[in-house]
Each structure stands twice: as C-alpha cells, then as structure tokens.
Design a protein around this ligand. Sequence first.
Ligand code: GLC
Length: 539
Amino acid sequence: MSTNPKDWWRQAVVYQVYPRSYADHDGDGTGDLPGITSRVPYLRRLGVDAVWLSPFYPSALADGGYDVDDHRDVDPRIGTLDQFDELVAALHGAGIKLIVDIVPNHSSDRHVWFRQALAAGPGSPERERYVFRRGGGADGELPPSDWTAAFGGPAWEPVGDGDWYLHLFAPEQPDWNWDHPDVRADHLRTLEFWADRGVDGFRIDVANALTKDLTEPLPTKAELAGLLDGSHPLFDRDEVHEVYAQWRELFDRYDPPRTAVAEAWVPAHRRARYASPEGLGQAFNFDLLKADFDAAAFREVVTDNLRFATEAGSSSTWVLSNHDVVRHASRYALPPGTDENAWLLSEGKDPAPDTAGGLRRARAATAFILALPGSTYLYQGEELGLAEVADLSPATLQDPTWRRSGGEQKGRDGCRVPIPWTATGPSYGFGPGGAHLPQPAWFADVAVDRQDGVEGSTLEFYRQALAARRRLQTTEDLTWVPSPEGVVTFTRPGGWTVLTNFSAADVELPAGRVVLCSGPLRGNLVPQDTTVWLEDEPA
Ligand code: GLC
C-alpha cells in the first residue's frame, strides 16, 4: 500500500452520510451537523477512512438537497458554518477525512443568479448563466425540443415570457450554462471555499453533464438515443474535461492535494477520463449495482474495472448501495431480473423478498468488495444490514420522481429513511423528535444498540471486516485462483486469500487462518452465499 499521504484515497473506505437522515440533534425531524458530530466516535469504531456528506446546503428540498440555493453555506435546518467546522475538527481528530458533494450541473430555482435571470427578462446577460431558449410556436408556447427530464416530464420549463429554461432533472433544478465564465469562476470559488475549510475531497454530482452543445436546430429525443461516443449534446462531452483540468489545478495547490470522485453514468470505456490524474482522479464504478449476485458476473466486473482503473491511472471504486438505489440487502432478496420499481410499487410484496437470503448475500458481497484493490463506498445503514423500506405510503414520499412520473416511479425514499440507533425511544434514537420519513417497526430489531457487541451481528461483522482490511490491505494487486464453478477465489499480496461461494454446493476452505467470514461456516466447508478471508499461517 502506498505510504504517501497524497494517496490516502486510493484504497479508502468511504462512508456516505445522507445528512437529513443520519442523526437529528435538535429534534426537528431532520438530521443535522451536530447530530453527525455526535456520531464521530461510532464512525471511528466502525473503522472508516473517510465520510462523504451528501448535500447539506440551503435548499427547498425539491430533490433531497441536490437543488442547491447557495453552495457556500449550510441549510439552517442542518446547522451553521461554525458547526461544519466543528464536524471537520471532530472527524480529523478521529483520523477520518471528509468529502463533500458538489452539484455543478444545476443550481436550485431559488439561487440568487436564477432569480436575477428571471427578473431580467429575455435576452439579458443574467439569463446567459443558465440555458434559456425561445419557445417554438407563434408566442413561444412550445418547448424548444421534445427532451424529457430524468425525473419524468419535459426537460424545459416556460417562464411566461416566451423563454424556456433547461432542467435535466426537476424544474426546480435549472441547468447552468458552462460556457459562461461566471459559472466556471463561481464553482472554483465554491471548491476553494470548502477546501480552505479543511475538506479533503469532493464527490461530483452528475459529472458527465455540465458542458452542452445547444447548437440549433436542436436534435429530437429520438435522435439522441444511442449517442455514447461523446457526440451527445447533453452528456459526456469531451469539453467537460477542460473544466476538470482546471479544478485539478486548484486541488493540487493543496497539501495533500484535494481529491475528487466523479458520479458519471457513462459506459465503462468512457470512465477513464473522469478518473484521470489530470481530471477528477477517481470515478464511481456502478457496475455491481446492475450485476446479479453471480460468480461470473462479479468476476467480470472486477476484471474489467481493475483494467479501466489502471488505464486511467487511478484506483477502482466499488459500490453496492447509495442514496439513489434500492439497498443491496433488498436487491439480493429478490429473484434476478426483478423490476425493482414494480416491486416498490407493490409495497415490497410482489415478489415476496427472501429477507434472510438477501442479508446473507449482501454480507457476502460486502466482504467480497472490501477485499478488492481500490476504494469502497459504503452507504449509511448498510452496516446494520438495513433493507429497503419498501412500503412507504404515497402521501409520505418526498422524491420528485414519484410526482413527476405521475406515480409510475416510486422513487428513492426507501433507502433514505432515518436510520435506527436504538430499539426504543422516539424515532429509534435518530433524534428526540420524529423522523422526516416514517420508520418501520422492524427498525427496532436492527438498531445499533441491538447489534453493538453482539457476535455475528451485521454491525460487528462490518467492524471486524474494516479492521482486518486495514491490517491486510497492501498494494493494488489481485491474482485469481482457479475455483469450482460458482466460486470465486483470489489472493492479495501478503498472504490474503478471499473466497466467495455463489453456488449451492458447499466448497472446501482454502488453506490459511480464517480472519473473517460473512456467515457461519460448516466445519471446513464454506456454504452458499458466504465470503471468507484467510491469512497465510506463519511458516
Ligand atoms: C445525482 C444524485 C441524485 C440527484 C441527481 C440530480 O444522480 O446522486 O440524488 O437526484 O444527481 O442532482
């Protein structure tokens, strides 16, 4: 393992905190920065290297905080800048780095520049900071194109004077015009603002959007389909890397350099430029979110991504859960190929989840990725084995996806429910008040205080895995070991062997001393859905 402090991120375990749902200190139902600070001892004990905070900036919450009013401030419901500084100090005091989320594709419609743009009217310089276009038809009553937004509905919103603005996400999230020097300069100020406050790195939201080609005539939605080679006018354009090269100069002015990880849903072969050391430095690999729990699928994802990372001059990343997807304990509880949205719409009943099997596979998959070279991104609550809260009633849903899709997409609230710290008490220890999304009764059984110190609990399994990983992690090398069908085995330098049994048949333990197992062994046999780590016995 590199001992250069500059390389801390290469094989870090990063724990994602969704601030509104982590810990609520003041009891208003929304998690806050003092709440997170109060949990730093917990995070230290868990053994994570870094915390990534999803947005905590002032926001009307049209998209869970990814609609940012002011990128250099804290939402008053979440805290203050002083409390942010306290959190940084507490994390750093515990040896934990901090990554914050940067949302550069869009602001919120409450951003001062957007309000100025609306007030200034068509053709004004203020409108040039966003993507305004004249509507079609006699009075501009038709959208400039037929494009649709990610959350459903049209991607253009009229403002009542013949102009329409582009929003790839919700209408409350107007897209910035990245050709505008003010937009570039303002984002550099934002990065500097947080870097100067001690932030160690950045997670870049929708990093593959930003720069766009809106040369007219605009193509139709049908014409956009399948443009995956950099020629799409909205996504993954080569010019975006000029932006990140500039950001990299800023990052490298710090010691150690600030880091960044791109959220870029691009084809794997287009990922390298985001992850390059001249760019953001690292990019999320979401391939395991789409892969079945299957030996061949997992092995292929690992092989490809280790190669992509090497080609990019970066380290690979591994992700099983985040705030945008169904929790992996639930994904693995459903038969392969299940339509997750249909399952959510059935309130988690159809098909009936195999809850125990899902957790078993989730633990095995987690132990598998934690043993890989590269960094692992964990999502709050997965260390408790939390399943998706699939039966949230429509009236409680907050995700714009639900409303914007006309109830066709249930959305992402089921993985954003405030997590349970205690088996009893208001909001299961989330805070002294309620919780902003309803928590199910089964949260009592999986609360932190139910698992703390309990051998075999998911929480203790994560603690043990992170401690062992810290001890065993060496250089970023991996060697596959021939294995029976449905079994994946690899070794890492320094005598670390890892085996995952995806098959129905028990498989014999390889040689070595067992240091971790994701579930009980059967004597000398590793049962189905189990990962085991072994260390060479001293000669
Ligand atoms: C990213 C975020 C997601 C958000 C979207 C728009 O994909 O992870 O939560 O809704 O960007 O900002």
